[in-house]
Design a protein. Structure first.
Length: 324
């Protein structure tokens, strides 16, 4: 009997510049005989919630799938968190590739849908949360007894997690092979949420799957860079996974990296520095260039450039690096 699930998601595929991984996950779930999707709820995350609703609606229409879709409310669970995610306002002006739909009021009820579905089917529904947990928090606030009616957490099922990782690895290898065949001469593997894991989980969920991908890329004769963002032990990661180079994030001490990492290093600069002034930007650029002047180094940001960045600041960055 297939597992009955609700997918809670912030799908950005359909918004220009948005990340596609949530929609890929939904497509995999739709094609799995082991899963029965009872509904999809959208939450504010990588894109504003109404854009996520439009994106997933368009996806299901294209795939001719009739599955209930419910939107969460705009914003986040508390005021402080809303302020932290103020950058989402910048995405309201991003180009919408798929149609931006008007959401019926009765469809802006994701927390209620989660509560009623789980309570009407006690211990039968699993929540697959691949976005911020705003809808789940609201559902628990509205229905405190909800927790006892939710089936065990997907992330406690190690067998199922390993099955999913193998499927992801299979399709990533296809994607990597296609990239190389179409001209890519270096591959970078992003693990943007590596820092969320406890160190005890690194071997199963970071080291082993990433090592498999690194070995595959090397077997194709192409160098590989890894970016285990905010991982707590870059040195151990490099010794076990053995990439050709490693990308560092802006929360790690670059001086410590220069002393402990022997392979080439890339990145490090906080993208938010580009939102300040030219003097401060130059100071931060020179900090990284000075620290790594005797170490193989690829200058880059420690994560993606922000949508509101002034192109003139990017030009100043490029000129500063070139003139060093």
């Amino acid at each position: 009997m297939p597992k009955r699930i609700i997918i809670d998601t912030d799908p950005a595929m359909g918004t220009k510049g948005g990340d596609p991984e949530d929609c890929f996950a939904i497509m995999l779930a739709l094609n799995s005989p082991e899963l029965q999707i009872e509904g999809i709820t959208t939450v504010q995350g990588n894109v504003p919630v109404e854009r996520g609703f439009s994106n997933v609606t368009y996806l299901l229409n294209e795939l001719k799938k009739d599955i209930p879709i419910h939107s969460g409310i705009p914003g986040t669970f508390d005021e402080d968190r809303s302020k932290e995610r103020s950058w989402l306002g910048q995405r309201e002006n991003m180009e919408q590739i798929t149609p931006l739909l008007t959401i019926d009021k009765e469809k802006i009820d994701a927390p209620s849908f989660i509560s009623s579905t789980c309570n009407d089917n006690p211990n039968e529904i699993e929540l697959v949360t691949i976005g911020p947990l705003t809808n789940v928090a609201k559902a628990l606030e509205q229905t405190p007894d909800l927790k006892k009616n939710i089936k065990k957490n997907f992330f406690e099922d190690e067998y199922l997690i390993n099955r999913v990782l193998l499927i992801i690895e299979k399709f990533l290898k296809i994607h990597i092979k296609n990239q190389i065949e179409n001209g890519a001469n270096v591959i970078q593997i992003f693990d943007s949420w590596a820092g969320l894991l406890e160190e005890r989980d690194y071997p199963n969920y970071i080291y082993t799957p990433t090592l498999n991908l690194v070995d595959y890329v090397k077997s194709l004769g192409v160098p590989v860079i890894c970016f285990p963002r905010e991982i707590k032990n870059y040195k151990e990661f490099c010794e076990i996974v053995k990439p050709d180079a490693v990308n560092i994030d802006y929360n790690v001490d670059p001086l410590m990296i220069s002393k402990n990492i022997k392979i080439p290093v890339q990145g490090g600069l906080d993208p938010k520095i580009l939102l300040t002034d030219q003097e401060n930007l130059k100071k931060e650029i020179l900090k990284y260039l000075d620290i790594f002047k005797d170490h193989p180094y690829i200058f880059n940001l420690g994560h993606g450039i922000l949508p509101e960045t002034d192109p003139a600041m990017v030009e100043h960055l490029i000129n500063t690096v070139r003139d060093y």
